[in-house]
Write a protein that binds this ligand. Sequence first.
Ligand code: MN
Ligand code: MN
Length: 373
Amino acid sequence: MKIKSKSRAEDTTARRHMEPAPSTVASNALPSFKSSFNTQKLHTYQGGTSKMVNVDAFPASKSVAGVFMTLEPGGLRELHWHANAAEWSYVFEGNMRVTILDPSGRSQIADLGPGDLWYFPKGYAHSLEGRGPGTATFLLAFDNGAFDEFATFDITDWIAHTPKEIVAKSLGLSIDEVDALPKREVYISQGTVPPPLSRTRAHGGPQFSTPLSHVFHLRAQKPFKEGPDGQVWRASQREFPMSTTMTGLFMRIQPGGLRELHWHPNADEWQYVSKGRIRLAVFAASGRASVVELGPGDVGFVPMGFGHALESVGDEPAEAVIILNSGDYQEISLSGWIASNPDYVLETNLPNVPTSVIEQLPRRERFFAGPKR
Ligand code: MN
Ligand code: MN
């Protein structure tokens, strides 16, 4: 009798937990996993342009913000740093030069072209320049959704907002000489096309160079995974040791191809689609899920640990730059997981499924997949 009443009490508790309270309905709603650069304000300067998607435009992405920038030949994104994020960037078109100074007084001046990328740890001093010919176009990603490209630490803004006497003493200039410096933030400035790297010297003469490069030629590498349905190039800390807090991927998926169901145990994922159309399916547990379609200029997001897949649904191959907010690339794929389990576990897990179907389940990780041929 006692046992029976106890079990009835447990039943009541269980039922109570299953009844949705009004407040649970709201907390079950998912944020949108899609945003876009296409609807953001374009900031135009002599020498280049800039557009941003941060957490204000994409509330789901608290961990990654993006900027799409262009620089004309000789256009300079001025000497600056970021207080709250590391900077990662992939060059789509044109040629670039970057300058970097690290906190140990070691510097690098490096040239990049299409398919190359750079990584600057949080707070490192840097500048960006278009080398021509043509406009350089590149995507910047920052490992903090609250990053604000229009609130970076630019040297002209700093000088213009510091007492003249302090600037004069700090730089060893006279007050008259300080008066000749810019009175407001420059941000992007138009200069002349830079000389070849071989004829480029630092203002202070030879410098100590950084032991690890801040630049990586991603698309010159062998793909990390490759098959009839897609290719992916990877720059995790393993391939690009400088990149300690971010992994970057360039992914191409053939029409009808799929980046299979998987998740990342240790990182959020942020996607920028540069070509084609991608259907992003996200699984958020407890019967919650989201499907969004992304086209060129759109951005997708998948929180850490959430299951997801990317499907190329257009007529041309889809291409995307994918950012994970860890330099340690980790993933678990559904196919590899199934392959690692005994048949009896799979049969019990999938009740009443014919053995003929169980036998067809994957026996190894697929990564890219297509329709059954
Ligand atoms: Mn920067
Ligand atoms: Mn993923």
